[in-house]
Design a binder for this molecule. Structure first.
Ligand SMILES: *[C@@H]1O[C@H](CO)[C@@H](O)[C@H](O)[C@H]1NC(C)=O
Ligand SMILES: *[C@@H]1O[C@H](CO)[C@@H](O)[C@H](O)[C@H]1NC(C)=O
Length: 190
């Protein structure tokens, strides 16, 4: 008899404790959510293929050096930073269909080779992806045949995005410094 009532007391205390906890969580700034409440169903894997145009020459450059004066004597350009608003097109030609713009910056982050820190948002402008973004941040050793960089997030259709990109130089004009880079993006999202 005594054993049974102390069991009841213990279970009431546990129930009270759980209720109190729920109350605390609901009243605070954080709460648990079901995936369903955000409309999250199955994770998808998408592949995108496009060309990224880095235009440093001419009257309308899409890549502008913002840090790193002529006093920079590093053979790898260490310390230079450029802001970009680079068009992304379906084909390698600049006149081919615009699918979005790569906005952000790259910075020469290596003293041993030309190794860039890339920090950019792919702002898509085509079809259902218009307005959605993918954020890429990674290391780009521009003279390597293929450079891989992580996709660290996204917005719109790319909420909760993760994945990677592979960049391959398509053309590099030594005279002007302009480059066209082929991008393959592999991204998991909902
Ligand atoms: C993309 O969205 C913007 C803003 O809503 C709109 O002005 C533009 O026409 C759209 N572009 C395409 C290609 O659908
Ligand atoms: C590099 O750009 C210059 C100036 O626009 C152009 O005359 C030349 O043909 C280009 N070179 C290559 C290999 O595309």
């Amino acid at each position: 008899m005594a054993g049974s009532s102390s069991f009841e007391l213990a279970s009431s205390l546990i129930v009270l404790f759980l209720l109190f906890q729920t109350f605390l969580i609901a009243e605070g700034f954080a709460e648990s959510l079901s995936r369903r409440s955000l409309g999250i169903k199955n994770e998808k894997l998408s592949h995108f293929h496009f060309y990224w145009h880095d235009i440093v020459s001419g009257r309308n450059p899409t890549s502008v050096r913002v840090v790193g004066a002529s006093a920079n004597t590093s053979p790898t350009g260490f310390g230079i930073i450029s802001m970009i608003d680079d068009p992304m097109t379906e084909g390698p030609e600049m006149r081919s269909k615009l699918v979005g713009r790569a906005q952000g910056f790259y910075a020469a982050a290596s003293q041993q080779e030309v190794g860039l820190l890339m920090a950019m948002n792919f702002a898509f402008m085509d079809g259902k992806y218009n307005g959605s973004t993918i954020t890429v941040m990674g290391r780009n050793t521009v003279f390597s045949a293929v450079r891989e960089m992580p996709v660290i997030g996204g917005s719109g259709l790319f909420r909760f995005a993760r994945g990677y990109v592979q960049a391959k130089t398509h053309t590099f004009n030594i005279t002007t410094g302009d480059a066209v880079v082929e991008y393959n993006v592999y991204v998991l999202h909902y």
